[in-house]
Design a protein around this ligand. Structure first.
Ligand SMILES: [Zn+2]
Length: 414
């Protein structure tokens, strides 16, 4: 499918800053939207015109792609240093009205999700309200959306469970994309939006995987054969063909193939799922990185101070550990190097026993912190560190690390 490009020029008003160029592995989600407008006859406003509008207008919103009956227009490139604002969850902007869709590895937010806007038609143009039940997609547009989203899934290696509606990541009140939301019956399709969404996802899953598109023309990847990404001196060769790189690694025990971002591609590194709290043991601080790669200064998400607590979710056999860290009123995720972590002694367990049945885990001590997760009575959690002078403490429950009231009013020691 041909992708036309007409990038928005009103940065930074409509986009967010990543602080480095985007890479494919930044994107783990695809969020589907509808443009929410039709022309005077109820036909779709085109992808091109929507793209031009968002190119020029300072509306505080943007999307990566617009799809219509003729094809696709791209407004925000995925590999620039800015990301689109389309699902309302910016880094640091989480609020209580949002679901914070999270797969245990990554949160669906503007920095991790590609936004796809589908152009839409309307049977009656007397009103153009989100509550109306006659928004529908032109058949060709629908087919293009299936084809294009499938292409994105293959290109970015995103599975069907990570293709979601704007509503799924934002809140039930956000009826976007309207034809695919809610249980009221759509007048055009004679089916509910939730049924239509299910059918759309079934179509996505059923499409034959198209042949892989070549990488973006500027990105000619070199596959490097090394002992580790950090050990550049061990490099035996660099190939544009992955197969040739793999063949060289096969002949040399202890060597691996890396892509340009330092991601180990071959042989597959075995990753073990864990759930373990660690404390940082690095007097000068420990870099939390977006990729398991210590030589790239552009992938540092945060520098973690000595004795900071992190929660490990998976560990690679090459020493890299994927962790969560809660601080600055938000949740960070990324990779750290295990030799700088230690298991802390003196932690203790508590069981939730709350008068109202639940206990919230928040991004910071006190009720002004955003709620990350809710524990019910009977949930066990581990207290990592009380916050001095308060009833609050840093705790860990399941795959969540954050703050809750650890006083005996809401839980008891086990
Ligand atoms: Zn939307």
């Amino acid at each position: 499918m041909n992708i036309n490009r007409d990038y928005t020029t009103v940065n930074p008003d409509n986009t967010g800053a990543r602080g480095r160029k985007g890479v494919k592995s930044d994107y783990r989600w695809i969020v589907i939207h509808y443009v929410g407008n039709a022309d005077a006859n109820g036909f779709e406003t085109t992808a091109k015109n929507n793209c031009i509008y968002y190119r020029d207008a300072k509306v505080g919103a943007s999307a990566n792609y617009y799809v219509d009956s003729t094809g696709v227009y791209q407004s925000v490139p995925w590999d620039s240093d800015r990301y689109a604002w389309h699902c309302g969850v910016g880094i640091g902007n989480e609020n209580k009205y949002q679901y914070l869709l999270n797969d245990g590895v990554s949160q669906c937010n503007n920095a991790t999700a590609l936004g796809v806007e589908i152009c839409v038609c309307k049977l009656s143009v007397k009103t153009k309200n989100v509550g109306d039940t006659d928004w529908y997609f032109n058949e060709a547009t629908y087919d293009h959306a299936v084809e294009f989203v499938r292409y994105l899934m293959d290109f970015f290696d995103i599975d069907i469970s990570h293709v979601v509606r704007h509503q799924d990541v934002n809140s039930i009140h956000k009826r976007c994309p309207r034809p695919f939301t809610s249980d009221d019956v759509n007048v055009y399709y004679k089916k509910t939006g939730n049924t239509l969404w299910k059918e759309f996802k079934e179509k996505l899953a059923a499409v034959d995987t198209p042949p892989k598109q070549p990488e973006a023309p500027t990105a000619s990847i070199l596959y490097r054969v090394r002992k580790s990404w950090a050990d550049a001196a061990s490099q035996l060769g660099a190939f544009s063909s992955l197969k040739n790189a793999e063949a060289l690694a096969d002949k040399n025990a202890g060597y691996y193939v890396f892509d340009d971002t330092g991601r180990m591609l071959y042989p597959e590194v075995s990753t073990a799922a864990v759930c373990q709290a660690y404390q940082v043991n690095a007097p000068d601080g420990l870099n939390l990185r977006s990729t398991p790669n210590s030589s790239d200064s552009g992938n540092i998400v945060k520098i973690l101070g000595e004795n900071t607590y992190v929660l490990a979710l998976k560990e690679q056999e090459d020493g890299w550990v994927y962790v969560k860290y809660t601080g600055d009123n938000r949740v960070y995720e990324g990779w750290v190097y295990k030799p700088f972590l230690s298991i802390s002694a003196g932690l203790y367990g508590k069981m939730v026993s709350s008068p109202d049945g639940t206990l919230n885990i928040r991004t910071k001590p006190g009720i002004k912190g955003s709620v990350i997760a809710v524990m019910g009575n009977g949930f066990g959690f581990t207290v990592l560190e009380p916050v001095p002078g308060t009833n609050w403490g840093l705790i860990w429950c399941g795959e969540t690390i954050g703050y809750c009231d650890i006083s005996n009013a809401y839980s008891y020691r086990v």
